[in-house]
Design a protein around this ligand. Structure first.
Ligand SMILES: Cc1cc2nc3c(=O)[nH]c(=O)nc-3n(C[C@H](O)[C@H](O)[C@H](O)COP(=O)(O)OP(=O)(O)OC[C@H]3O[C@@H](n4cnc5c(N)ncnc54)[C@H](O)[C@@H]3O)c2cc1C
Ligand SMILES: NC(=O)c1ccc[n+]([C@@H]2O[C@H](COP(=O)([O-])OP(=O)(O)OC[C@H]3O[C@@H](n4cnc5c(N)ncnc54)[C@H](OP(=O)(O)O)[C@@H]3O)[C@@H](O)[C@H]2O)c1
Length: 246
């Protein structure tokens, strides 16, 4: 059961005509980077609620969520018409197990995301907890168009401050000047991702966290399993930890 608390929108940033970030002031229970809460609005006479990952670090004095306006989406159509100062409902209790404490220690951590699912990884990267557990952290962001490569200022500041951090934009529907072209599955399968990063993955040294489009999560998991990696479960630790957004 959700325990709804009211929050106030303090900032809205439209990155493109579909992608936007909202900042909310509210009082929630503490969360771990990678977790999500539910946001809700009253639409007609119904409360419509959906899950959204925190983008901010757990230490920040605000909550940030990165959203896409889905065509005819029940909640996102309403979210997209909000303004600074409007109120929004949040579930007070954060949830989810897509967190670093579920991941075995390793030399490398590969963070594979599509679309707005870069959010939980940005929260982890800002949290700072990971840098003494993994010597190399690789953030891979798969999007349709170069304009969807958001959060560049934040990513550049992490690159400037963390020697063991690599960022790989992957664009599927046009050329990508500073990254790779195609889908995450293609660049994994063809070895271009390892080549771009200058480091190879291996079951002895690599962990994968995968978040976003459910078909991408399934296809990428199957591909990695065919290369000798296994699903990470509490009862049987492995290499692949996933979260699907729909
Ligand atoms: C654990 C978890 C965390 C999530 N975190 C986020 C987040 O941080 N940001 C975010 O934008 N969404 C996130 N989602 C998805 C979110 O909960 C909603 O499903 C989404 O915002 C659409 O809601 P809606 O009511 O407008 O669409 P609905 O009317 O419910 O339509 C759902 C359809 O929208 C599409 N869709 C849903 N989510 C996305 C997405 N993120 N990108 C592209 N297409 C999508 C799919 O085709 C899906 O079938 C998360 C989902 C889960 C399960
Ligand atoms: N992004 C936009 O500009 C835009 C504009 C209008 C509407 N929308 C709506 O927004 C939603 C989708 O938004 P989105 O672009 O953030 O998410 P998305 O459709 O999940 O695409 C994000 C990235 O994931 C890739 N992908 C999809 N399936 C994959 C798979 N099985 N394996 C590997 N990679 C895969 C896509 O490649 P492909 O390009 O090859 O599919 C794309 O590079 C849809 O409802 C869409 O109608 C988006």
């Amino acid at each position: 059961m959700s325990n709804w608390v009211q929050g106030k929108i303090t900032e809205i940033n439209w990155w493109t005509d579909k992608l936007f970030t909202i900042r909310v002031k509210a009082k929630l229970q503490p969360f771990k980077a990678g977790q999500f809460t539910k946001l809700a609005l009253i639409v007609g006479d119904k409360r419509i609620a959906r899950a959204y990952s925190f983008v901010n670090s757990p230490n920040d004095p605000f909550y940030e969520f990165y959203c896409i306006e889905v065509e005819n989406g029940q909640l996102t159509s309403a979210l997209a018409s909000l303004h600074v100062g409007n109120e929004i409902w949040l579930d007070e209790e954060p949830s989810g197990f897509f967190t670093l404490d579920e991941i075995p220690n390793a030399e490398q951590l590969w963070m594979l995301s599509t679309g707005t699912a870069i959010g939980p990884f940005l929260s982890m990267l800002q949290d700072g907890d990971m840098w003494n557990r993994f010597s190399h952290v690789i953030l891979v962001h798969g999007v349709r168009y170069a304009i969807d490569l958001t959060y560049q200022t934040l990513i550049e500041s992490i690159q400037a401050n963390q020697a063991g951090f690599s960022y790989v934009p992957v664009v599927s529907r046009e050329m990508c000047i500073k990254g790779l072209e195609g889908r995450i599955t293609k660049v994994l399968d063809e070895g271009t991702l390892e080549h771009f990063v200058g480091s190879s993955f291996h079951p002895n040294k690599s962990q994968f966290m995968i978040c976003g489009n459910p078909q991408m999560v399934k296809d990428t998991t199957a591909l990695l399993e065919s290369l000798g990696f296994s699903r990470n479960r509490r009862a049987s630790p492995g290499h692949i930890t996933v979260e699907q957004y729909w």
